[in-house]
Design a protein around this ligand. Structure first.
Ligand code: SF4
Length: 612
C-alpha cells in the first residue's frame, strides 16, 4: 500500500530487470524527511545497495530516477527528475538531472521514483500509468534515436499532445558508449558520467510515463501556490541560455572555450557572432514553445532550420551545446552548430564530453599527435561533415570511434605522448561544463572537487568574488558555502532556472506540500547529506583527494586573452585544504570527519570511513 504522507505519491517502483519483476517500495516518513526524494533517496540507495567494488555495468548497480515532494505541483518547472547511479566514466557516484514533464507524470501515475536494478537478457521498455507499470519488449524501438523513440511510442499508444512523457537512451547508450546519456522529451538531458550507458547495461531502452489522473495530496495547496508565485516573481528576466556564446564573446571575459583551450580569443566575424545571439535565434528559427511542467519562463522552444544542408527540427540548444559545437570546434555557421547539438542529443551522447573529445581529436590531427591512418577520418577545425561522421562512429563504436567511446580521458591515455596532455577532463574521468574554466575558477574548482566530477554547486549562488583570479581562497570558501543547495533542489523535483538553489523558498514549498515544519537549514542539511554520502561512496571506491584535480590541459595557463599567464594551480593545495576544512572533512585526505557524519545523521557511514 502506498504511504499516506502528504506531498508524496507514496511509493517508489522497483524494477528488477534480471527477473522481469516489478514491485512497490514504500519509505517511512522519517526516511522521506531525511532524504526527501530525487538525489537524496538516490544517494541512499546507491550507498546502501551498490558495492563499491562492483563495476558500473554490473547488474548490482542501481539507477534511481526520482522526482520529489514538489514534483508536479504549482512550482514552475516541477517536472524535473534526478538520476543517481554508479557512473560509467568515474566508477563513482553520479547525480544528474533533467527537466521536462517526466517527473510530474511519474507522480501523477502514483510513483515518486523508480529504482532499476539487475540486467535483462533482452531489451525492454517500461510503461507507467495510473498506479501500475509494465515491462514490454523493445524490439521495435531499438536503434531509434532519442527524438524518434518518444515520437514512436507516443504515436503507438495514440497519445495526444503532451499526454505522455518519454525518457530514453539513444543508439550510443545501446552500444554502451561510456559517456552516453539519458534524454527526456526531445533534448532534456541527464547525461554526465554515463547515466545512459548504465541504463544500456541493464537493457532498458525507454520509460514512458502517462499523464495519468492522480495527484499527490498536499498539506497546504493554497500555501504552496503562494510560495510558487513568489518563486516565479523572484526570477529575474530569463530567456534561456541559448545566446551565451554571443554574450561571452562580446564580453571579452575569456570565458568562451575556444579550439580545445588552445586560445582564449575566437577569430570570428562580428556578423557571425550576432547570429549566435538569443534574439536572432528566436526570431529566425523558433516556431513552437515546449515548456516543462508548469513553467512560465521563456525557455525550451522548438526551432526549425527550414532549408539548406542542416535543415531540420532542433529542441532549443543550451549555451553548453552552442559552445561545444561553435567555438570549441571552431564552427562559425550557427545552423551547423544547432544541427550538431540536435544530432548529439539524438544519438544519446553527452554534449560536453562530445565537444571536448572532438576538439581534442582535431587538435591531435592538426599537430600530428594522431594520424589519419590511426583515426580513419580526417577532422579539421570547422569541418562539419567530418564531425557528423565522427559522432556516428562513436555512437556505433565503429573503427576509432570505439576508442573515443571510452571518453576523452581513457582515449588520450591510450594514445599517450603529447596527445595525453591535450585532453580536457577531471582526474576522476568526467569532463567539465562548457566554459573555459581557466577564467571561471569557482567552476573549475567545483568541477574537480565534486563527487560527480561535474558542477555540484553554481556561481549564481555565490558572492561576486567567486570567479577569481584575485582571491583564490574566497573561491574555495564560496564553493564550500554553497554545497548542498543544488542537491536539495535535485531532491525536490524542480528546475534550477526556477527555484535557483534557493533553500529558503524550496524549504517553504516543501513545508506547504508536506505539512512538516521544514526550515531552510533542514533543507540544506538534506543536500549536504547527499554530498557526504557521495563523497564517502567515492572514497570507498578509491576515488580520494588525489583525484580532486584537473587534467594537464584543463588546468593549463591561458596563452592569450584577459587572464594570459595566470594559473589557478599554485593555489590549488591551499584551496583544497580550506575547502575540506569548511566541509568538515580531514584537511589532508578529504575524508568526512566522524562528527560531520554524525551531525548529518549518517553515523552508519563512520565505520566505513574508519576502514579506509
Ligand atoms: S526554465 Fe526551461 S528547463 Fe526549466 S522548467 Fe522552464 S522550460 Fe524547463
Amino acid at each position: 500500500m502506498p504511504s499516506k504522507i502528504k506531498g508524496y505519491a507514496g511509493k517508489f517502483l522497483r524494477v528488477d530487470m534480471s527477473e522481469g519483476k516489478l514491485s512497490d517500495e514504500v519509505f517511512d516518513e522519517a526516511t522521506l524527511r531525511k532524504y526527501l526524494g530525487g538525489t537524496g533517496i538516490g544517494c541512499k540507495i546507491m550507498y546502501e545497495e551498490v558495492p563499491p567494488d562492483a563495476d558500473w555495468s554490473d547488474p548490482v548497480n542501481r539507477v534511481t530516477i526520482g522526482s520529489g515532494p514538489l514534483g508536479g505541483t504549482a512550482v514552475g518547472g516541477s517536472g524535473t527528475i534526478s538520476i543517481v547511479t554508479k557512473g560509467a566514466l568515474t566508477g563513482g557516484s553520479t547525480s544528474v538531472q533533467a527537466n521536462g514533464l517526466f517527473g510530474a507524470y511519474l507522480r501523477f501515475s502514483g510513483y515518486d521514483g523508480i529504482i532499476v536494478q539487475g540486467a535483462s537478457e533482452s531489451w525492454k521498455y517500461l510503461v507507467i500509468r495510473d498506479g501500475g507499470a509494465e515491462l514490454k519488449d523493445a524490439d521495435e524501438i531499438m536503434g531509434l534515436d532519442t527524438y524518434e523513440v518518444g515520437d514512436y511510442l507516443r504515436e503507438s499508444y495514440g497519445v495526444r499532445g503532451r499526454s505522455a512523457s518519454v525518457l530514453s537512451i539513444g543508439p550510443a547508450g545501446e552500444k554502451l558508449v561510456r559517456w552516453a546519456g539519458v534524454f527526456v522529451d526531445h533534448g532534456h538531458s541527464a547525461s554526465h558520467n554515463g547515466s545512459g550507458a548504465v541504463l544500456g547495461s541493464k537493457k532498458l531502452k525507454a520509460i514512458m510515463a502517462f499523464r495519468s489522473t492522480g495527484s499527490p495530496e498536499l498539506a497546504d495547496p493554497e500555501g504552496l501556490k503562494e510560495v510558487a508565485q513568489r518563486i516565479y516573481e523572484d526570477v529575474e528576466y530569463f530567456r534561456g541560455t541559448i545566446g551565451g556564446v554571443e554574450t561571452a564573446q562580446k564580453s571579452g571575459s575569456g570565458s568562451l572555450p575556444i579550439k580545445n583551450y588552445t586560445t582564449n580569443l575566437w577569430d570570428v566575424d562580428a556578423e557571425k557572432v550576432d547570429t549566435f545571439g538569443e534574439r536572432y535565434l528566436r526570431d529566425t528559427y523558433q516556431f513552437e514553445r515546449e515548456p516543462c511542467w508548469g513553467c512560465r519562463l521563456l525557455h525550451c522552444a522548438m526551432f526549425r532550420i527550414e532549408d539548406g544542408p542542416y535543415a531540420g527540427v532542433v529542441e532549443e540548444p543550451e549555451y553548453e551545446q552552442m559552445a561545444a559545437w561553435g567555438p570549441v570546434v571552431d564552427v562559425k555557421d550557427v545552423e551547423a552548430t544547432m544541427m550538431l547539438s540536435a544530432l548529439t542529443d539524438r544519438l544519446g551522447l553527452e554534449n560536453n564530453e562530445a565537444g571536448w573529445l572532438t576538439g581534442w581529436v582535431i587538435e591531435c590531427l592538426e599537430k600530428g599527435y594522431l594520424s589519419k591512418e590511426e583515426t580513419g577520418i580526417d577532422v579539421r577545425w570547422g569541418d562539419v561533415d567530418a564531425i557528423v561522421e565522427l559522432l556516428k562512429m562513436i555512437s556505433e563504436r565503429r573503427g576509432f570511434g570505439d576508442v573515443l567511446a571510452e571518453g576523452v580521458k581513457r582515449a588520450s591515455e591510450k594514445v599517450g605522448g603529447e596527445a595525453a596532455k591535450a585532453a580536457i577532463y577531471t582526474m576522476k574521468g568526467n569532463t567539465p561544463r562548457g566554459h573555459d574554466h581557466r577564467t571561471r575558477w569557482a567552476e573549475m574548482f567545483d568541477t574537480c572537487v565534486s563527487n560527480t566530477s561535474t558542477i555540484e554547486t553554481h556561481m549564481s549562488a555565490m558572492g561576486p568574488g567567486a570567479q577569481g583570479p584575485e582571491n583564490p581562497m574566497e573561491v574555495s570558501t564560496e564553493v564550500a558555502r554553497t554545497k548542498g543547495l543544488m542537491q536539495l533542489e535535485d531532491s525536490v523535483g524542480t528546475c534550477r532556472f526556477n527555484t535557483r538553489m534557493n533553500n529558503v523558498y524550496i524549504s517553504e514549498a516543501v513545508a506547504a506540500a508536506t505539512g512538516w515544519d521544514f526550515t531552510a537549514e533542514e533543507g540544506k542539511r538534506v543536500g549536504l547529506r547527499a554530498v557526504n554520502l557521495m563523497r564517502a561512496y567515492n572514497l570507498r571506491v578509491g576515488i580520494g583527494a588525489e583525484y580532486d584535480r584537473p587534467s594537464t590541459r584543463y588546468g593549463s595557463t591561458p596563452v592569450d586573452g584577459p587572464t594570459v599567464g595566470i594559473s589557478i594551480l599554485p593555489h590549488w593545495d591551499a584551496m583544497l585544504r580550506n575547502y575540506y576544512g569548511l566541509m568538515g572533512w580531514d584537511t589532508e585526505t578529504g575524508i568526512p570527519l566522524p562528527e560531520t557524519l554524525e551531525e548529518l545523521g549518517l553515523g552508519h557511514v563512520v565505520k566505513d570511513m574508519e576502514k579506509l
